[in-house]
Design a binder for this molecule. Sequence first.
Ligand SMILES: C[S@@+](CC[C@H](N)C(=O)[O-])C[C@H]1O[C@@H](n2cnc3c(N)ncnc32)[C@H](O)[C@@H]1O
Length: 393
Amino acid sequence: MLPIEKQTVQWQEKDTEYQAVWLSQNNYAPPSRIVIVDDTTTADEAYRLANAGASMLWRGDYHNAKQLLQALNRRIERSEQRKVSKRSANQTLPSTPQDLPNLFHQQRQAQSQRARLLSRLLIELDADYKSVLRRAPDVSEACTLAFGKINDKESDEAIVLSFRDLQGALGAAQWRKKGVKIDELGLSIYPHYGVFAPTRHEYVQLLLDAPLPASHNLAYDIGTGTGLLSIILAQRGFKHIIATDINPQALACAQDNFERLALSAITLQQTDLFPTDAPLANLIVCNPPWLPAKASSPLDYAVYDPNSAMLRGVLNGAKQHLAEQGEVWLILSDLAKRLQLRTREALLGWFEKAGLTVKYRLDTTPTHSRSQDSDDPLFAARSREITSLWCLV
Ligand SMILES: C[S@@+](CC[C@H](N)C(=O)[O-])C[C@H]1O[C@@H](n2cnc3c(N)ncnc32)[C@H](O)[C@@H]1O
């Protein structure tokens, strides 16, 4: 992915001024204060620097940087635990269900603070994403896949990014190579960097079980991500599918998956919600981000839907895009309801306001690891989560 506007970062090292292209998956601004760190820097020192707002450009051994990042993470975790214990010691009443929205927001805040602190450890790569650090692996292919070519032919500017984003790119390259097995379909899906990976795909069976609408000429897949829902609809016999997403990385990823499966009946459009200049659809499928909360990175927009804007947008626009006897299959987890971020009444009210009625609903319970993690402060809500396919007409 190319940044919309090429940003640069400056720093001083041994009395010389340096400049490089700045890359940040979370769209963080280029750091204004950079200190040089290496193998002699202790984890406590790095933790203190990060908390003081300094970013640290790593000049030591590549693997030692990985260890330093882990050590930083442990210190942040300990500090978070201390804060939680202090808060519960100050509480006179035991936690009540009313605390859930608060708990959720606190947890997100802690995650974002942790991401910020960990992103302060930086690495410099050359214009071809090569690292000169001792014992550094070849990261150029993974970075090119994740971030695209940053420099044009005339420019050979160095690139600075957080070590954490680099690790993200390396992890994503592995996913893209190995794929995510979708047993229900007997195939694998290959997620790209910055695209929602269907690692929790309990809803696939719902899409396989739902009775097809009377006519299956055309379906829209709104927010296609890796293209998974379009692939299911193609397997189920839809003649043509138009898949949309606002994230260009998602469209490239979906295209890759369709090509791997030699599916030619699917057209892609980068757009907000509904395709433009398209005939009316017999079916609209959508698995919107399931939690109404603030989003910042492209990946956040796959999980968090600020003010339920995407969900409401799909519902409100459905009627005008549906052919006669057309249906909407809305995939929605009830976690937002369980965390008291959205009521069931509000959801049903939005259906009604959009002129849609519930024809039937299919339910399933997630089996992903977070729903089983009893140490998660939100376990009470997560362990009871139900994912539904709402058929709306
Ligand atoms: C939860 S993911 C679902 C991905 C895929 N359909 C699946 O089920 O695996 C939601 C997707 O919606 C996309 N999205 C978010 N807002 C959107 C909008 N306004 N218009 C189109 N796509 C959007 C995100 O980029 C993301 O790919």
